[in-house]
Write a protein that binds this ligand. Structure first.
Ligand SMILES: Cc1cc2nc3c(=O)[nH]c(=O)nc-3n(C[C@H](O)[C@H](O)[C@H](O)COP(=O)(O)OP(=O)(O)OC[C@H]3O[C@@H](n4cnc5c(N)ncnc54)[C@H](O)[C@@H]3O)c2cc1C
Length: 465
C-alpha cells in the first residue's frame, strides 16, 4: 500500500528539515517506535524533527507524491499508541517546536507551539498570576500538541473542563500541504463549522497542529484539600452526589480503591492513614477568598461525615496537601511495581454510575480470576481500570486482555458510558469502536478523514481498523 523510504527520499527530507534533524540509525529511532503503551512497538523508517510549518507543508508534498505514511509525534507519552508508526514511514516529531510565543495579559490568552511541555505552560502563566487549568497527570512529560490531538483531560475537569474548553485558535497543516488558521484570540466565534473542535481529539489523523492559542484564567489564590476514607464506593458516590447537589463544585474529586493505596504502600514502604478503607476520595476546593473556600470545605467535610465517611483529613498548606496526594500521584508507578505488565482502560460513565461500574468490574475480575485495580476521577465519571498480568502465562494473557476489555466496555456502555474518556482510541481501542458508535457515525468519521486526507498518508491505522 505504501512506498518504502529510499535514500533519495531521505536526501529530500534532509534538504527540507536539515540533515541534523533527520534520524535513520535504528538505535536513535528506537524511542520513536513506541509511546507509553507497553508491548506496542513499530519501527519508523525515518524520524524527522520539524521546526516550522513550511517544513511540514513541504514534507506533506513529498509524502503525497511518494505515498509515504507520516505519523505526527509530540512527546510520546500517549496511552493508546497514537504516535506509533504502525505502517513505518516518517515519524514527524514536533519536539523542537517548543516555544511559548506570547502571554497576552490583556486578552488572557497564551500562544504556543505544539511541542511545548504542558507543565511549562502552567509554570509560565502562574508566574504572571494566570492559570491554565487542564492538568493531565503526565503534564511534566507530555506536549500541548499531544493534549490537543488527544483532547486530554485531568483531575480539574470537574470544575474547569478539559483541553477542548481552552483552545480558541489553531494553526495547522493539512495533508494536502495547505496551511489553515482557525479561530484566534476570540472568546466567541461561530464563523462556519467548528473546525477547531473537529481537530481536537482527532489523534493526529486530520492535520498537524503547528500553533495553539489557549484561553487563561486568573490563578485562584486559595486551595484546600480533603482526603475522605469510606467503607464502600456507594458511600463515596453518595458523598460526591451530595456535594454537587449542594451547589459546591470542587476543583477535583478523585477516587482510589483500597488495593491501589496498598500497592503504593508496598512501593514506598510506608503506611497511609485509613489504608484499610475500601474507597478514598480526594477533594480539592479553590477560590480567591480564604473565608469562602474555608466555608465550602467545612460544608463539604460535614456532608462527608453525614453521608458515612470514616474521617475527613484536611490540608491547608502545600506540604500537607502533597502528603494527601502522594498515594494518588504514585498509583501508576505502584501498579507497574506490582506487575510490570498491566493493561489500562480509560472508561467514562455518568458519575452517579461509578459504584455500578466498580461492582461490575469486581465481578469481571472474579470471572477471569485476575487482579483488576481501579482509580480515577469520581467527579467526572472517568475511571482508569487496570488489569494486572502478575504471573499469568503469556498465552493466557493474550486471550485474557481482549476478553476482559470487551466485558469492561460492554458494562460501561450498558451504564450509558463510553470506552475512552481522555486517552483516545489510537491503535489499542480501534477494534472496539463499533461497540461504542453506530455504523452511520463511524462512516461519517471515515468520510471526514478521507476529505482531509484522500490518500490516507496521515497517521494511518489509527481510530479505525
Ligand atoms: C503516567 C501517565 C499519566 C497520564 N495522565 C493523563 C491524564 O491525566 N489525562 C490525559 O488526558 N492523559 C493522560 N495521559 C496520556 C497522555 O499523556 C496524553 O494523551 C497526552 O496528551 C499525550 O501527549 P504527547 O505529547 O505525549 O503525545 P503523543 O503520545 O506524542 O501523541 C499522541 C497523539 O497526538 C498526535 N499528535 C501529537 N502532536 C501532534 C500535533 N502537533 N498535531 C497533530 N497530532 C499530534 C499523535 O499523532 C498521537 O496520535 C497520561 C500518560 C501517562 C504515561
Amino acid at each position: 500500500m505504501y512506498k518504502k523510504i529510499t535514500s533519495d527520499i531521505i536526501e529530500e527530507l534532509s534538504k527540507i528539515v536539515g540533515g541534523n534533524n533527520v534520524l535513520t540509525d535504528a538505535e536513535d529511532m528506537e524511542p520513536y517506535s513506541h509511546d507509553e503503551v507497553v508491548a506496542l512497538k513499530a519501527d519508523p523508517e525515518v524520524v524527522i524533527k520539524v521546526t516550522n510549518s513550511e517544513q511540514i507543508s513541504k514534507v506533506f508534498k513529498l509524502a503525497q507524491q511518494e505515498r509515504i505514511p507520516v505519523t505526527p509525534r509530540g512527546a510520546g507519552y500517549g496511552l493508546s499508541g497514537g504516535a506509533v508508526p504502525i505502517h513505518g514511514g516518517i515519524v514527524m516529531s514536533t519536539e523542537k517546536m517548543n516555544c511559548i510565543l506570547e502571554i497576552d495579559k490583556k486578552n488572557l490568552m497564551i500562544t504556543v507551539e505544539p511541542g511545548v511541555i504542558t507543565g511549562d505552560i502552567h509554570r509560565a502563566v502562574e508566574e504572571e498570576g494566570l492559570f491554565y487549568p487542564p492538568d493531565p497527570a503526565s503534564l511534566d512529560s507530555c506536549s500541548i500538541g499531544g493534549n490537543v490531538a488527544e483532547g486530554a483531560g485531568g483531575p480539574r475537569a470537574v470544575k474547569y473542563g478539559v483541553t477542548k474548553d481552552y483552545v480558541c485558535g489553531l494553526k495547522a497543516v493539512l495533508p494536502s500541504s495547505e496551511q489553515i488558521t482557525c479561530g484566534g484570540k476570540l472568546v466567541k466565534n461561530v464563523t462556519g463549522y467548528n473546525l477547531i473542535q473537529l481537530l481536537i481529539g482527532s489523534e493526529g489523523t486530520l492535520a498537524v497542529v503547528t500553533e495553539i492559542i489557549l484561553r487563561l484564567l486568573p490563578l485562584p489564590k486559595v486551595k484546600i484539600d480533603l482526603q475522605v476514607p469510606c467503607d464502600d464506593f456507594l458511600t463515596a458516590a453518595n458523598i460526591v452526589s451530595s456535594i454537587i447537589a449542594h451547589r459546591i463544585v470542587p476543583t477535583t474529586i478523585e477516587f482510589m480503591e483500597r488495593d491501589s493505596v496498598i500497592a503504593v504502600e508496598r512501593l514506598l514502604q510506608k503506611e497511609f492513614p485509613h489504608h484499610d478503607a475500601e474507597a478514598h476520595l480526594l477533594i480539592q476546593l479553590d477560590g480567591n477568598r480564604q473565608q469562602s473556600v474555608e466555608a465550602d470545605s467545612e460544608e463539604v467535610g460535614e456532608l462527608c461525615l453525614k453521608h458515612g465517611a470514616k474521617d475527613v483529613l484536611i490540608a491547608r498548606d502545600r506540604p500537607t496537601s502533597d502528603r494527601l496526594w502522594e498515594a494518588r500521584r504514585m498509583i501508576i508507578d505502584a501498579l507497574k511495581h506490582e506487575s510490570p505488565i498491566n493493561h489500562m482502560e480509560d472508561v467514562v460513565v455518568p458519575r452517579a454510575e461509578i459504584p455500578n461500574l466498580l461492582e461490575g468490574i469486581k465481578k469481571i475480575a472474579q470471572r477471569y480470576a485476575v487482579r483488576i485495580i481501579s482509580f480515577g476521577h469520581a467527579g467526572d465519571g472517568n475511571v482508569h481500570v487496570n488489569v494486572l498480568k502478575d504471573d499469568i502465562p503469556e498465552n493466557r494473557w493474550k486471550s485474557l486482555v481482549p476478553a476482559t476489555t470487551e466485558d469492561i466496555y460492554r458494562l460501561t456502555l450498558s451504564l450509558g458510558g463510553m470506552i475512552t474518556g481522555e486517552h483516545g482510541i489510537g491503535c489499542t481501542r480501534r477494534r472496539y469502536l463499533p461497540l461504542a458508535l453506530d455504523k452511520a457515525q463511524i462512516e461519517l468519521m471515515r468520510q471526514i478523514k478521507t476529505v482531509f486526507d484522500p490518500k490516507h498518508i496521515l497517521n494511518p491505522g489509527k481510530i479505525y481498523l
